[in-house]
Write a protein that binds this ligand. Structure first.
Ligand code: ARG
Length: 455
């Protein structure tokens, strides 16, 4: 029997039930649902709606239902439309008709909004914890490679020398912002809808401040109509997750490129590599491709749910039930991905030799222009001069250092003997010591700062 059967003269169609029921996925909200009900039972006593002994009976019954779920003994029955229905059905079976008093003044609308917010607050914290583990891994791998040189790229074309630690740390900061987004989403969602009723509010003198604080929210929601229909918190989380995945997808893409033998900068541990059923030599980086691929699915969950929200009329609408599968899937996907990405990074072999071998002199063309600037040339002019020199060297099939001083002087009189000192990759890095630069001094500061953030 459904919770709302009184008004109807025939049972609902079986196919409709299959479509309408959410118990298959929302049963994971059982703990939050039962916690909310326990707090609500206390609130009903304080409001003089039920007696203390009735509340005790209800709470003991709820605790038993909780145990049944915890120990996997709860039996879902036909007619258990959703988690709220299932818990109430079982409660009434255990304690009898007094169980029917619990729903006084409450609607599944404020109930589900409360349950799902609580669940999402916890999920945001869990996920932030997983992200933090990856950040810690990035820091520890980076720390060992402050002095490992590699080419840095723009447009995927060789640009300037950087340290491998600098490359790795760039992802630390992306993830730091992701963690910050998860925290602020969590703070924003900490408003308790319970006590909003179906839409208009609760007619009994319940203490919503007390309910909110008992459940671990910061405050009660301010408008009951908004509270039952607001799913911003789901969208916030889906967005935070999507952006985090996009960052990880970019890391994955770098690792895919750098692990290609043409680059050979990094090697994935065997246990995080996959092979080919046909080509015996193959060594594929499937975890990175899955990271990249699943990011599409995560962004899909976000755009799908935003589209669900668009144009909904005021108040609760069943469309909102779509919030759960989207968020459950996104979190499940992240919980599977993150440990693998973290372990892949922590076991990643950084091939300093291959990185060094890829450092070509043209990566120092900017440093050569900077040299001329130090000799007094305006940068624009210096840029042009070095451009000509790079072209000259390319035409003659020579490296920059193979051009002799008279040749350099023929392009600009500002070149002197000391130009030879420019061609030093380590010096190029060391010069970049202002905040955020790839120089070892700046990098050590960066790493110290990062450690503080995650301590
Ligand atoms: N299963 C529903 C959901 O997830 C619970 C709320 C149902 N409310 C209602 N008025 N039918 O949204």
């Amino acid at each position: 029997m459904s919770l709302w059967g009184g008004r109807f003269s025939e049972p609902s169609d079986e196919d409709l039930r299959a479509l309408n029921d959410s118990i298959d996925f929302d049963h994971v909200l059982y703990a939050e649902d039962i916690e909310g009900s326990i707090v609500y039972a206390h609130a009903l006593v304080d409001a003089g709606v039920i007696r203390q002994d009735e509340a005790e009976t209800i709470i003991a019954g709820l605790q038993r239902v909780m145990q049944e779920f915890d120990s996997d003994m709860f039996e879902i029955q036909e007619g258990d439309e959703d988690i709220h229905t299932a818990v109430e059905r079982r409660l009434t079976e255990i304690i009898g008709a007094v169980g029917g008093k619990l729903h006084t003044g409450r609607s599944r609308n404020d109930q589900v909004a409360t349950d799902f917010r609580l669940w999402s607050m916890r999920a945001a914290e869990n996920l932030a914890g997983d992200v933090r583990l990856l950040q810690a891994t990035l820091v520890s791998v980076a720390e060992a490679h402050v002095d490992t040189l590699m080419p840095g790229y723009t447009h995927l074309q060789p640009a300037q020398p950087i340290s491998a630690a600098h490359w790795l740390m760039s992802f630390f900061w992306m993830l730091e912002r992701d963690r910050d987004r998860l925290h602020s989403a969590r703070t924003r969602m900490a408003e308790c809808p319970l006590g909003s009723g179906a839409l208009a509010g609760n007619p009994f003198p319940i203490d919503r401040q007390q309910i909110a604080s008992d459940l671990g929210f910061d405050r009660p929601s301010a408008n009951s109509l908004d509270a039952v229909s607001d799913r911003d918190f789901v969208a916030d989380l889906l967005y935070s997750i999507s952006l985090c995945a996009i960052h990880l997808s970019r890391l994955a893409e770098d690792i895919l490129i750098y692990s290609n033998p043409v680059f050979g900068f990094v090697t994935l541990a065997d246990r995080y590599s996959t092979g080919s059923s046909l080509m015996p030599q193959k060594r594929n980086a499937d975890p990175m491709e899955l990271m990249r691929g699943k990011t599409g699915r995560l962004v899909g969950n976000l755009t799908g749910f935003l589209t669900t929200l668009k144009g909904l009329p005021s108040g609760y609408n069943k469309d909102l039930q779509e919030d759960k599968e989207a968020l459950f899937d996104s979190l499940e996907t992240m919980y599977r991905l993150l440990p693998v990405i973290t372990a892949t990074v922590s076991s990643l072999q950084i091939n300093a030799k291959a990185m060094a071998a890829a450092l070509t002199e043209d990566l120092l063309a900017t440093d050569l222009a900077d040299y001329l600037v130090r000799k007094g040339l305006p940068f624009r002019q210096a840029h042009h001069v070095v451009g000509e020199i790079v072209r000259l060297a390319a035409e003659r099939g020579l490296e920059l250092t193979q051009l002799d001083l008279p040749t350099l002087k023929s392009v600009s009189g500002s070149f002197e003997e000391d130009v030879a000192e420019v061609f030093d990759f380590r010096q190029s890095l060391a010069l970049r010591k202002s905040i955020g630069g790839t120089g070892p001094d700046a990098l050590r500061d960066q790493i110290a700062q990062a450690k503080e953030r995650i301590s």
